[in-house]
Write a protein that binds this ligand. Structure first.
Ligand code: ZN
Length: 411
């Protein structure tokens, strides 16, 4: 897939979405038919290269049969008109995707929720550029990935258009709708927080050190990979924050006015490098996202005068030693991809690697990692191969212990 152009209309009260999705793709083989992922929305019409196509839509698959074969290597367009009441798609990890808030909407798709709101090829390695236009009643503010390119106000509704020029995985595409006001944070890189007006003071305090975080992470990981960073704080409480490309979403409960969730502010920001710019091709490699984001929490703790990373590492190693060691980090199994042990063991793996390489080579490795695969697709093998270039000694025993065997390596 090359590009998604989504034109959506959403009515908050009745939770009604109508959309036109225009997809640009290239046939990687001669195609007489193809499939897209799309959840429980009604399809009204499908066109391929501007010509009506036959289609069947069941069990979250939209099967399309164009009137003519699509030759290999040829670019083609698919236009899908669709609508209905969007609902999260069910998954082993609970409901995912477009969801109603008390007075708005949220998109939280990781890992398989994108088809809840648009037809797509929902694989994390299938990155594409996006243009997202959303029309909603004027009191609501619509936030989506990328740059806001236009806002046009009608008599009662407003159309918001966003463009994301960097390639993006479908699960990282998001639309957030609510009665939000905007607060700009100071800093060189544009950083804006959208939040309910009542949380203004808390937001200013709790995100008050985000720009310093941006500087610390820029030094350690390399340049921030996008043009801006947007945070949305919903009026509702959320179980956990949500990462999206160039954007993170927190619940009102994560903003207590005392920086009680600053660890999560660091975690979500770090995902912009690890997860969003560098995205896994297979979910089994989740430690490349969560282990790195968790380690970034410890690095921020150290850089901001809190407990050093080594202290966090010692504590978590002891805790993990007392828990079941029944998975391998490089492939923990689908049901465990969001298991906290995966996050912490991933961070411990990086800490062990830092110990083996030394600080200079370790952080050079991270910076080369983020620049070599910027906006690309990554795997555990690519990371361990790159790491091997930073030492004359073999890293095989270290990675064998941490990544490929269930038992925690000896101290
Ligand atoms: Zn995370």
């Amino acid at each position: 897939m090359l590009h998604y152009d989504l034109s959506l209309e959403y009515r908050v009260g009745p939770n009604r979405l109508t959309g036109v999705a225009l997809l640009n793709a290239v046939a990687t083989a001669p195609l007489s038919r193809f499939e897209l992922d799309l959840g429980a929305l009604r399809v009204d019409r499908v066109q391929v290269n501007g010509v009506k196509a036959r289609y069947a839509h069941r069990t979250e698959k939209l099967r399309v049969q164009p009137v003519a074969w699509l030759p290999e290597g040829r670019a083609f367009t698919v236009e899908v008109r669709y609508g209905g009441n969007p609902q999260p798609v069910s998954s082993p990890w609970g409901g995912l995707g477009w969801d109603q808030l008390a007075d708005g909407a949220i998109v939280a798709s990781q890992p398989t929720g994108a088809p809840s709101w648009f037809p797509c090829n929902d694989l994390p390695g299938q990155k594409a550029t996006f243009r997202i236009a959303v029309t909603a009643a004027s009191p609501y503010r619509v936030v989506a990935n990328g740059k806001k390119v236009s806002v046009s106000q009608g008599p009662s509704s407003t159309t918001w258009v966003y463009e994301a020029p960097e390639q993006m995985a479908t699960y990282l595409a998001g639309v957030q709708i609510g009665r939000y006001v905007a607060t700009d944070l100071p800093g060189e890189l544009p950083q804006r927080v959208y939040h309910p007006a009542r949380l203004a003071d808390r937001v200013r305090h709790d995100f008050g050190r985000q720009d310093r975080m941006m500087t610390v992470f820029g030094d350690l990981f390399g340049p921030y990979p996008f043009e801006s960073y947007t945070v949305v704080v919903t009026s509702d409480e959320l179980e956990i924050p949500v990462e999206a490309q160039g954007m993170s979403v927190f619940g009102a409960n994560h903003v207590d006015g005392g920086r009680g969730s600053e660890r999560l502010v660091a975690h979500e920001l770090a995902h912009q490098w690890f997860g969003n710019s560098l995205t896994l091709g297979h979910w089994r490699d989740i430690w490349l996202h969560e282990g790195f984001a968790c380690y970034a929490e410890w690095l921020w703790s150290e850089a901001s005068g809190g407990e050093p990373a080594a202290g966090h590492a010692r504590r978590w190693r002891r805790r993990l030693a007392g828990q079941p060691q029944d998975f391998v980090l490089a492939d923990p199994g689908a049901r465990r991809i969001f298991d906290d042990r995966v996050y912490k063991r991933g961070a411990l793996t990086l800490h062990a690697l830092r110990g083996a390489l030394g600080d200079g080579p370790f952080f050079s490795l991270l910076r080369e990692w983020t620049s070599a695969y910027r906006h690309g697709t990554v795997s555990t093998g690519l990371f361990t191969d790159l790491a091997a270039r930073y030492t004359p000694d073999s890293l095989d025993p270290l990675f064998a212990g941490w990544l490929y065997s269930p038992k925690l390596p000896a101290d």
